[in-house]
Ligand binder design. Structure first.
Ligand code: FE
Length: 268
């Protein structure tokens, strides 16, 4: 079934969410889907050729737990291939234009935009206030905005409150500031466990939190996308905005990690 959480308007871009190349994810999520090592076009082509395998009966496993088989052949990939072929055949989508769009979000628009927003907020208290009260306008001040980022909410992590973002239904994510979502963000284990056991998930990402810290989990939707404003690490008072931005990671803006102090600050 197609992602009904995503407006039909974005249907032509849906292949990007399913069949893009993904970076490795942390070892603690080794039960997640296997990593895709091919590019988007190769993957779609391969999915079509593997269609026959989808008709074979389920094989026996040496274990009893239930897990997803999305890789061989991925049902979404087959649907994407069929959808893309149909759209191209009807002249509604140009393959090269689609690849250009995907490449833009994969390689040009990414978490560095969000990092600049965070660094500005750390450096400019007035901007931070605007960001927390009207995120869309504040983010637009830096020139960012657009599809999948029309209705942004920024949440500040503090020593007492830690915010974590998930999309329990699918993979809603703020594209203009973070690019495309990582594989683990779209995976069923993350989507369920972030809600059921957020402290456990954070621990696996290397962020054990004290019971004194309140954990708030925010469920992204097609209407609202969240960006976490991480705590500014200690020892960064002397850093410029660009240097601060370089410290900010994608994961810290999803809320699964904090921002670490730079090594040179640690040694001072
Ligand atoms: Fe979603």
């Amino acid at each position: 079934m197609l992602d009904t959480h995503t407006p039909l308007l974005y249907l032509p871009f849906w292949p990007a969410l399913v069949a893009r190349r993904e970076p490795p994810w942390p070892a603690k999520f080794s039960l997640l889907e296997p990593m895709m090592t091919t590019n988007r076009r190769d993957f779609l082509t391969g999915a079509a050729s593997m269609a026959g395998a989808a008709m074979t009966p389920p094989h026996e496993h040496g274990h009893s737990y239930d897990h997803e088989h999305q890789a061989v052949p991925s049902d979404p990939a087959l649907r994407v291939k069929a959808l893309e072929s149909l759209l191209v055949e009807k002249g509604l989508v140009d393959r090269s234009a689609l690849d250009t769009l995907i490449d833009a979000y994969e390689t040009k628009i990414g978490p560095r935009n969000g990092a600049r927003v965070v660094a500005r907020a750390w450096s400019d208290p007035a901007y931070k206030q605007r960001l927390l009260t009207n995120a869309d306008a504040a983010i637009a001040e830096l020139g960012y905005g657009g599809m999948q980022g029309e209705h942004m909410v920024v949440l500040e992590n503090t020593p007492k409150v830690h915010n974590l973002v998930v999309c329990t239904l699918c993979s809603c994510y703020p594209w203009p500031v973070l690019g495309l979502p990582p594989v683990w963000y779209k995976s069923a284990p993350y989507r369920s466990r972030a809600v059921i056991d957020p402290r456990g998930v954070l621990r696996e990402f290397g962020l054990p939190l004290s019971d004194q810290v309140e954990v708030r989990v925010w469920d992204s939707t097609a209407e609202i996308r969240y960006l976490i404003l991480p705590e500014r690490p200690a020892g960064t008072e002397h850093l410029t905005e660009d240097e601060l931005a370089a410290l900010v990671t994608r994961d810290s803006m999803i809320g699964v990690t904090n921002v670490s102090s730079p090594a040179k600050a640690d040694t001072k």
